[in-house]
Design a protein around this ligand. Structure first.
Ligand code: HEM
Length: 432
């Protein structure tokens, strides 16, 4: 055992000794994980980390039993991030590794506004999260360009590819920065030539504004399974999409509720906002296309069992548009997200269903019905582009290999392209 490993074990034992009230040694744990990959952490360290988690659970149970909540026995405050962090870290050890734990979604969701917070609050949160994730990615890639890479650092890409990566990250950040970061980007330049804002300056502008909580989140939410540099990019892109899907789901829920209010036509603006944010996110796929296919093929050996087919955010957004056909609900698309499937079967209200309902009840005027339908068809068109780009990326990255979500891979993705979010709206005229 190296001196660093021994020191880490001591730090963890000391932390346990403090009843979990001392600062958790995140840095030591994350450094070790990024040096070897989550799949290769040694059993002894994992067992020690599991003991830390048990201690935390027992201490929390003690708090619930009457001691002041959130405090340790010694009177110090226990950090509420540690439990979820250890759950993500120990997913393979616990044999419950999947897509949500791989992408550390439980950590990313901490501090998020409630589902019904209102679409502008939700979009601000999505913008902030995407800016943070991609600013962190840029900072990580710049270390390589500066000649000081940090782990994971296997199969480092060349400067040409890295610079392209930075430009594409900026492309996704610019629209969010225009809304959420005063003065950081020039609207005229962005309109003329997207992606030209200097990446380093934009990332620094974001990172300068981070809180201690956000820095902890960024530090702890990249838990690669292996030692290859490009997995960092993969995780940050998946997480950026997940932040986007969360916004889309909650805003479509709001659109459904709006269709039943005195101003049902206001739902059109909400659906249009969802379409816009998904459109702005499309370059995330171009960004991910800078991942080296040979790197991906190596590290995906250790991501088996985690696939975005398990993305609850994506399936929630889909099922707020219209109720998926029974065949899709009974296929691996929805069997992989049992909670979302249960909500759909329990009768989730959808944009399309409510739109039809309020038209037939005479509640929706003809112009409003047309505006809602037009916005829905915009979203449909962007989603079709999303699926086609995703398909092409998968062809490039995995070719004829099977998916990590137990499908046959690319043929599965080809088969879902013909599906529509709003099948009835596409077929029918605006007012029946
Ligand atoms: C290297 C890049 C990627 C490859 C090779 C890839 C491949 C695949 C494959 C083969 C599937 C089928 C399920 C399976 O067996 O795993 C799938 C499903 C899916 N992927 Fe990806 N994917 C990639 C990137 C992404 C990204 C960045 C996202 C964004 C979150 C994403 C979202 C999804 C979703 C939502 C599904 C489920 C689609 C459905 O059930 O209709 N994928 N992907």
């Amino acid at each position: 055992m190296t001196a660093t490993e021994t020191a880490l074990r001591h730090e963890l034992s000391d932390w346990c000794g403090s009843g979990g009230t001392e600062e958790f040694p995140y840095d030591g744990v994350i450094d070790r994980l990024r040096a070897v990959g989550k799949h290769f952490l040694d059993e002894e360290l994992l067992s020690l980390l599991a003991e830390c988690r048990t201690l935390l659970l027992e201490a929390d149970a003690g708090d619930a039993g009457g001691v002041r909540a959130g405090t340790g026995g010694a009177g110090g405050v226990r950090d509420a991030h540690t439990g979820p962090f250890l759950d993500v870290l120990l997913d393979k050890f616990d044999d419950r590794y999947d897509y949500p734990s791989y992408t550390a979604l439980a950590l990313l969701r901490r501090g998020a506004p409630g589902h019904r917070a209102g679409w502008e609050v939700l979009r601000r949160h999505r913008d902030r999260t995407v800016l943070l994730l991609l600013a962190d990615l840029i900072a990580f890639e710049r270390l390589v360009l500066d000649g000081t890479p940090c782990d994971p650092q296997g199969m480092l890409p060349g400067a040409l590819l890295l610079n392209k990566r930075l430009r594409l990250a900026v492309r996704v950040m610019e629209p969010a920065a225009l809304r959420a970061l005063d003065g950081a980007v020039d609207p005229v330049t962005v309109a003329e030539t997207p992606g030209r804002t200097p990446a380093g300056e934009l990332a620094d502008a974001v990172l300068r504004t981070t809180t201690a909580g956000e820095r902890l989140l960024l530090r702890t939410s990249v838990q690669p399974v292996y030692v290859l540099h490009d997995e960092y990019l993969f995780l940050r892109v998946l997480q950026s999409f997940e932040a986007t899907f969360a916004f889309m789901s909650a805003t479509l829920d709001e659109a459904v509720r709006t269709l039943r209010t005195e101003q049902p036509g206001d739902a059109a603006a909400l659906i249009a906002a969802v379409a816009d944010v998904l459109r702005e996110s499309l370059p995330l796929f171009s960004l991910l296309a800078t991942m080296q296919p040979e790197s991906f093929r190596l590290f995906r050996q250790f991501t088996e069992g985690a696939s975005a087919i398990q993305s609850e955010g994506y399936k929630t957004f889909e099922s707020y548009c219209s109720t998926p056909a029974r065949a899709r609900l009974d296929s691996s698309a929805f069997l992989s997200v049992p909670d979302v499937r249960g909500e759909v079967l329990a009768g989730r209200e959808t944009v399309q269903g409510t739109w039809e309902d309020v038209i037939s009840s005479g509640w929706l005027t003809e112009p409003d019905a047309a505006a809602v339908r037009a916005a829905a068809l915009q979203l449909e068109a962007v989603h079709q582009r999303w699926k086609q780009t995703h398909y092409r990326l998968a062809v490039r990255m995995i070719g004829t290999r099977t998916g990590t979500g137990a499908t046959e891979g690319v043929p599965y993705l080809a088969s879902v392209i013909s599906q529509r979010l709003f099948p009835a709206m596409e077929k029918q005229p605006a007012v029946g």
